[in-house]
Design a protein around this ligand. Structure first.
Ligand code: ADP
Ligand code: MG
Length: 452
């Protein structure tokens, strides 16, 4: 099947929009920015790339993913080829922006600031605040208003795709807008590690220190990755202390709190704990709706609340995936020139990562793993306390996560009466409300169920 001319560009653009959500801005700008689709015929797609290096890299790392995405639009696609070809230089900013018609996806990723390494799209006014991130947001605002004076360091932690990078960069962008002369640096931990190792090897550690030592706002993302890297930790400790002693602002993010980062030196851990620690957790339904609405505005995509609520109900655990689903719905609607109906939307959502479908088996299996029990014990009639609670948790999750009916749950759980299930559901719901550490435990289990 061959696609009309305008269509294939749309397809590639929407695939780039999805890839953009899964890679760092630097990777995107280096490898994807200058690609173009040349043809899409007879099940074969040809993508133009600017040089051999890009060709090799994309073939090795992204061929499969690209085929996967392309097949969602056209199941007959079998292969992708990358061809080195001179690609027309990007037009100057102004004309390029003007040339993008409303409704098309623009890549702000292109515009990240080379010096600060900040992406201008991550701003406070595009960040939706809900009960799950209120504290982290307030702390971030305070740090942006008075860098170095309120919370230092500011340590923000939480699961994947929950807005940590957005919040960190919003602080940087806010300070940059207000005080353009301040030195601000955003550095992913992988990059910092590479820089430090290279500097140690090349004997240029003084240059590296000079590069960072007078940074007014120093932002380090995903600091948990420093775990086990002793040389990097030593050098980072030095940089951290020097900045901290000068009251310069340090901001860190991590996928877990400092106490849970393994192979971290005690002195760094205590530094991380010495300022403000705030977490971001899972957004509730209303917040997910608000986030989707914000993203619609950015995409210039208009769609009914009904459709948004289907997306918000389906994708609950990761804002990046929430955004990815919306982009896919927007792009598919546009490419297929298909009005977005509820069924159509569900169909698209189903095609996203079908492996992630949560069912009875998955919930039972992960809960058993989590509590180190056998599945058959959970389903048994045992009254042992260490089994009863996990069993009730499974019942609760079946109800909450896949909306199973009480009688259905009873049958699946070893032919128990539906009143038993209702009792379990109530008990676990109450315990989650009343007991913080239990609620955290269930959150962790849910994260395992959805992300393993
Ligand atoms: P993390 O760093 O925690 O893995 P990111 O900050 O990269 O997550 O967020 C993933 C995506 O979700 C980003 O595109 C970000 O803009 C978006 N996002 C996350 N939380 C929010 C929010 N509260 N409001 C608006 N967008 C959000
Ligand atoms: Mg991040």
């Amino acid at each position: 099947m061959s696609q009309p001319e305008a269509n294939k560009e749309e397809v590639w653009r929407s695939i780039l929009a999805q890839i953009q959500l899964t890679v760092s801005p630097a990777i995107f700008a280096t490898w994807f920015k200058l690609t173009q689709i040349i043809s899409m015929e007879n099940g074969e797609v040809v993508i133009a790339v600017p040089n051999c290096l890009a060709k090799e890299w994309l073939e090795q790392k992204y061929r499969k993913q690209a085929i996967g995405f392309l097949r969602e639009f056209d199941p007959s696609i079998r292969e992708v080829f990358f061809k080195v070809r001179q690609i027309a230089a990007a037009k100057p900013e102004k004309t390029r922006a003007a040339a993008i018609p409303a409704g098309q996806l623009d890549f702000e990723e292109f515009k990240f600031n080379k010096e600060t390494n900040l992406n201008p799209k991550y701003r406070f006014d595009r960040f939706i605040v809900g009960p799950h991130n209120e504290l982290a947001h307030a702390a971030a605002l305070a740090a942006a208003e008075k860098p170095g004076q309120t919370y230092n360091p500011l340590f923000i932690y939480g699961g994947v795709g929950l807005g940590k990078t957005h919040l960190l960069q919003a602080i940087g962008n806010e300070v940059a807008a207000r005080c353009p002369r301040e030195k601000i640096r955003y550095v992913p931990t992988e990059k910092l590690t590479t820089e430090i190792i290279n500097a140690i090897r090349g004997g240029t550690i003084q240059d590296l220190r000079a590069k960072y030592l007078d940074t007014a706002v120093f932002i380090i993302d995903d600091i948990q990755l420093i775990s086990g890297k002793d040389r990097t930790q030593d050098e980072f400790f030095y940089i951290f202390n020097t900045l901290h002693n000068k009251n310069l602002q340090i901001i860190l993010s991590s996928d877990r709190p400092p106490k849970a980062i393994t192979e971290l030196s005690d002195r760094l851990r205590s530094r991380f704990e010495g300022g403000m620690i705030a977490d971001v957790s899972l957004p509730d339904f209303e917040t997910r709706m608000a986030i989707l609405k914000e993203k619609c505005q950015q995409l210039k995509f208009t769609v009914s609340d009904e459709i948004l609520s289907i997306i918000a109900q389906t994708i609950q655990n990761n804002v990046r995936e929430l955004e990815g689903a919306l982009i896919k719905v927007a792009a598919t609607a546009k490419i297929k020139n298909h009005p977005v109906s509820a069924d159509f939307c569900r169909e698209i959502l189903l095609s996203i990562n079908p492996k992630k479908v949560i069912n009875f088996k998955k919930i039972l299996q992960e809960t058993a793993n989590f509590y180190e029990l056998k599945e058959k014990d959970i389903i048994s009639d045992s009254r042992k306390k260490e089994i009863v609670t996990p069993r009730q948790v499974v019942m609760y999750l079946l109800r909450n996560e896949i909306n199973a009916s009480f009688p259905f749950i009873g049958r699946k759980m070893g032919n128990k009466d539906h009143t038993t299930v209702m009792h379990a559901y109530k008990k676990i719901s109450t315990k989650i409300k009343d007991d913080n550490s239990f609620s955290e435990e269930i959150g962790l289990l849910k994260n395992k169920i959805y992300n393993s």
